[in-house]
Design a binder for this molecule. Structure first.
Ligand SMILES: N=CN[C@@H](CCC(=O)O)C(=O)O
Ligand SMILES: [Zn+2]
Length: 413
């Protein structure tokens, strides 16, 4: 397929550029008035319309996209899209002023989702997650990470991970799976944390590994959930099975989770709404990516992460959706990018880079997706006619996406 008359081809990073750190994040290379050639599902070549080789201009399958921008697909590196039911009953409580922690303590939250998921069949979970994933793809997402963590028993965590495995097989985008059995303590282990940790380490991890069901280990390291010591125990055990960490850190409090993640060479530490000085220092010049989730802050009314502080400290930051039924019932990366600008004070260029190349890096998919680079997967989207790059985050809540292309083909979902 040949795409011609592109108003602006966005995110043309060289293949050696695997992530953008600190002040590099503002560098978003763009080619105006461009053509883009896709072949065998990959990006084959691109260039200026004024210099388009004649053998290319004779190709059969051409689309001309005057006035429109072409972006690499969003890379959403933090989601929980396998769940049995929404939790809109908590919405009213939230509006009435209850905090996320109060709702969880009153029997809502993760345990509520776990109760429902334990009763759902694998097929039901696959069907509902597929609907969510299709919506996300139509909104421009072309690579995604999905967590377990609403099972909280050996059997149900395996069930969730098997659903993610089926999604990997059924969908035309790269998907990474994270084992998040350490998402909350099931009620029966409330006073015996070590027994639940032993279950994860001695029973679940060997089964997950034998079936090759997970790419990463995740832990909700937070006051009232998993302590730093408990988190360290789980990360150490998972390392024996080759699972690198991507952890939930500093969402509700500064717990030392970020420093712990960096110490364990986590691929990413995610949330960081409480970006304290220790977190900034730990992530400064670190290869652990700080994944920020501004639609979670927006929805549950907690602080927004200190993106600017992280950028100024030469950290690598990514933006992701955190789509889940409790703290972020949305997987719309366009809105995440808008919030990156509006609330995290990132420029449009920084937010786009954080949601594409750095998001890909946070899933170790940066050699495959995340930029317009020859040889990468042709996963991209074409916008409606737009006046400028900034129009996309400026027009928040409204998708500017007209056409989604995955593996070089138009996606009709
Ligand atoms: N904080 C932990 N996990 C999710 C929320 C889970 C839930 O409330 O169901 C998050 O990333 O925000
Ligand atoms: Zn999460």
């Amino acid at each position: 397929m040949l795409i011609t008359n592109i108003k602006a081809l966005v995110g043309i990073h060289p293949k050696e550029k695997l992530f953008l750190r600190g002040s590099e994040l503002k560098q978003l290379p763009i080619l105006e008035n461009a053509w883009l050639l896709l072949e065998d599902g990959l990006i084959k070549d691109f260039g200026s319309m004024s210099e388009m080789p004649s053998q290319i201009s004779n190709l059969n399958s051409q689309i001309s996209v005057e006035g429109r921008f072409v972006f690499p697909s969003w890379c959403d590196s933090h989601t929980h899209i396998v769940f049995a039911a929404p939790r809109e009953e908590e919405f009213a409580l939230k509006i009435a002023g209850k905090t996320y922690e109060e709702i969880a303590a009153a029997g809502g939250g993760i345990l509520n989702s776990a109760n429902k998921l334990q009763k759902a069949t694998e097929d039901e979970l696959f069907e509902s997650a597929s609907i969510r994933l299709k919506d996300m793809i139509k909104q421009g997402t072309g690579a995604v990470e999905i967590k377990s963590g609403y099972g909280l028993t050996v059997e149900s965590e395996l069930k969730m991970l098997r659903v993610i495995k089926r999604l990997k097989q059924a969908f035309p985008i790269p998907i990474k799976a994270s084992l998040l059995a350490a998402h909350a303590y099931p009620t029966e282990y409330k006073n015996n944390h070590q027994a639940y940790i032993a279950l994860i380490i001695n029973e679940l991890l060997p089964k997950v590994s034998a079936e090759n069901l997970a790419d990463y280990i995740d832990v909700f390291c937070e006051k009232g959930f998993f302590s730093t010591e408990e988190t360290a125990q789980i990360l150490t055990a998972a390392a024996n099975y080759g699972l690198k960490p991507k952890i939930h850190a500093n969402q509700l409090s500064s717990s030392g989770a970020v420093e712990l993640g960096v110490k364990h060479d986590a691929v990413s530490v995610d949330h960081l709404e409480e970006t304290d000085a220790h977190a900034l220092q730990a992530l400064s010049n670190s290869n652990t990516i700080a994944t920020l989730l501004p639609s979670c802050s927006f929805y549950i009314n907690i602080p927004f992460a200190n993106a600017k502080g992280l950028i100024n400290n030469n950290a690598i930051i990514a933006l992701a959706s955190d789509y889940n039924p409790g703290s972020t019932p949305s997987g719309n990366m366009n809105f995440v990018v808008s919030l990156g600008c509006i609330k995290l004070k990132m420029t449009a260029e920084q937010a786009v880079n954080a949601a594409t190349l750095n998001g890909a890096a946070a899933m170790e998919l940066n050699d495959e997706v995340g930029s317009i680079t020859i040889g990468k997967k042709a996963n991209l989207f074409i916008t409606r006619p737009m006046t400028s790059l900034a129009y996309l985050p400026y027009s928040f809540g409204q998708s500017q996406i007209e056409t989604v292309i995955l593996n070089g083909e138009i996606y009709n979902g």
